[in-house]
Design a protein around this ligand. Sequence first.
Ligand code: HPA
Length: 276
Amino acid sequence: MENKAYERLMTAYEDLKSKIDFKPELAITLGSGLGKLADVVEVEAEISYSEIKGFPISTAPGHKGRFVFTHIHGVPTVIMQGRVHRYEGYTAQDTVLPTRLMGLMGAKTLIVTNAAGGVNKNFNIGDLMIIRDHIVQFVESPLMGQNIKELGTRFPDMTEVYSKEYGDLIEEIAKEKGLPIHNGVYCQFSGPQYETPAEVKMVGLLGGDAVGMSTGIESLAARHMGMKVAGITLVTNLAAGISDVELSEQEVIDAGEAASEYFIDLVLEFIKRMNK
Ligand code: HPA
């Protein structure tokens, strides 16, 4: 039976495969201001999103749009330097297409990272939060429409989107390194506008600790196809109303750059020690 979403994904996949011969075990998605990780690894191959047939192209400032292929501690890895956002006008399904592509290429594990606003009053700018769970019901599901049964089941379980084992290991490493680390729930909104103070208050009441415009639906799509997920948030600002500073894109990018060294250090150590 015809399934448009699957056809689109397979068009991109076949095109990518014809251009690059690489089988990653690990996939990493880099968030705003965190793209430097892809600059410190040895780039074995790269491909711009614009070269891939049917690929939704990222326009977000601070985001490069390319896949980087590399080995990190011997693990074949694909890095998404620059992601696709729902607020750029893509459907949720298109937004997760790159994540699905990395899974189809062979990645069994996904490390997702993002910049987010801190909702939890104990969070400071520059802190890291291990994503232990998420709230994505404010954004349409990328699984809506005909199920792609080649990827996963119609009603996938979401009890442990973010691997507890991975979260615990990240926490252990961050504590060893003396990094400012928290555990929390990430809440995804569509954006592109930042939240109002009332919306941020609501997130807190619902049990959210950080708020952002990505990640949740990517993680859920990865989980749908059986990938194991680890999520790390960098708190780049206090969410609206938590502090009286006006939010700006530049603040988010600057905070990402300021944290990039310890953030990269944490991710690399995690890859070294994780059970693949
Ligand atoms: N809200 C939503 N997304 C964000 C924020 C925020 O405060 N900071 C960085 N990304």
